[in-house]
Design a protein around this ligand. Structure first.
Ligand code: ADP
Ligand code: 5GP
Length: 217
């Protein structure tokens, strides 16, 4: 099925800055529409229903699954997260580039259903930086942070399945880089951001995340 707009999937470890990056990108450029997911996790302070997420009880979420209301959904650290279908399809039809900020299982499901989608993985310059952003955000308990870092170790295995890697070091530079990459992507895959160019960073992150997950650090 071909659509007019580009379907963009953005994944990355918790705390890498995906939310921050996407907020700035959609704020600065009109070409994008951000899909708002449904989740069963509790809102963080400052988050609003219908803005960051549609917050729902498990029963409501499962009803929507039964009605085939999601493009994809997945379990993440004990909660459901899913992409409601209607908004995404209608925005693509209107020619908007639609961003899905979702985790890796969901990303792979989207790739199956929409082979033309562009998949992008956001990394930090180091695992130390990831950990300090996650702690610095101050929205999760130490237990949840550890769960998320351990999940990051699992997700690190799948980075090569993405079309692009982008490193969120300086935020403004990364936003510009991301926009340029998406513009060029319409003309075909851009080799410069292929995961094979980030081999060393990926390997280092994997090793450090595995050590963290095993409690060695
Ligand atoms: P994610 O959505 O990937 O879990 P967030 O967007 O919530 O991550 O960012 C995690 C934390 O890192 C936030 O406190 C955010 O302000 C901070 N952050 C995001 N991008 C950068 C950056 N480029 N440099 C420094 N801090 C950043
Ligand atoms: P958070 O709780 O930090 O907002 O999100 C946790 C993880 O869930 C992140 O990796 C985020 O990208 C992912 N996520 C958010 N919405 C969706 C969704 O609709 N589907 C899937 N599969 N993952 C999502």
């Amino acid at each position: 099925m071909k659509h007019k707009g580009l379907l963009i999937v953005i994944s990355g470890f918790s705390g890498a800055g995906k939310g921050t990056l996407v907020k700035k990108l959609t704020g600065e450029y009109e070409d994008y529409a951000l899909s708002i997911s449904m989740t069963t996790r509790d809102p963080r302070p400052g988050e609003e229903h219908g803005r960051e997420y549609f917050f729902a009880e498990k029963e409501e979420f499962e009803e929507k699954i039964a009605k085939d209301g999601f493009i994809e959904y997945a379990g993440y650290c004990g909660n459901y997260y899913g992409t409601p279908k209607d908004y995404v399809l209608s925005m693509l039809e209107q020619g908007k580039n639609v961003i899905l900020e979702i985790e890796i299982q969901g990303a792979m499901k989207v790739k199956e259903k929409f082979p033309e989608a562009v998949l992008l993985f956001v990394m930090t310059p180091s695992v130390g930086e990831l950990k300090s952003r996650l702690i610095g955000r101050g929205t999760e308990s130490e237990e949840v942070i550890l769960k998320r870092l351990s999940r990051a170790a699992e997700e690190a295995v799948g980075i090569e399945d993405y079309d692009y890697v982008i490193v969120n070091d300086d935020l403004d530079t990364c936003v510009k880089e991301l926009h340029e990459l998406m513009k060029k992507s319409c003309e075909g895959i851009q080799e410069s951001h292929h995961p094979s160019h980030y081999k060393e960073l990926i390997e280092n992150c994997r090793a450090e995340l595995n050590a963290l997950a095993k409690g060695e650090k």
